[in-house]
Design a protein. Structure first.
Length: 122
């Protein structure tokens, strides 16, 4: 028997009766892309959806200069990385674009040094 629900579908938020505490919107109203399937995906299908697999990502703040280091396990059809910054975790502004150089079969290391002087909240 197919379940019937008395509330609208919600994507990116938790929904519960009573609304106390208030509803939680995990995406804060900002979703870039979504796919809905009528079945469970297998592990090979899930990996095929994402164009990269990120091994690591680290940001180090050294007197207002932020050094970004990341490594991809593979990249499939990736042209570039669009780097952005935020001081509040909600509003983002463009920082730089780094050309992708990896392949579907090798790990690739990247580094970006943000010479922008910023306050302790960077």
């Amino acid at each position: 028997m197919t379940p019937v629900y008395s509330f609208p579908a919600r994507i990116g938020s938790m929904f519960f009766n009573g609304f106390s505490p208030p509803q939680y919107n995990g995406f804060n109203g900002k979703i870039d892309n979504i796919r809905i399937y009528n079945r469970a995906l297998g592990p090979g299908e899930i990996i095929g959806i994402l164009p990269i697999r990120l091994n690591s990502f680290a940001a180090t703040n050294n007197r207002g200069e932020v050094l970004l280091n990341w490594q991809t396990a593979y990249e499939q059809g990736t042209s570039y990385f669009n780097l952005q910054r935020s001081t509040n975790g909600t509003d983002f502004s463009p920082l730089s674009t780094v050309q992708a150089k990896g392949s579907p079969t090798t790990t690739t290391d990247y580094q970006f040094n943000n010479h922008h002087q910023c306050s302790i909240s960077c």
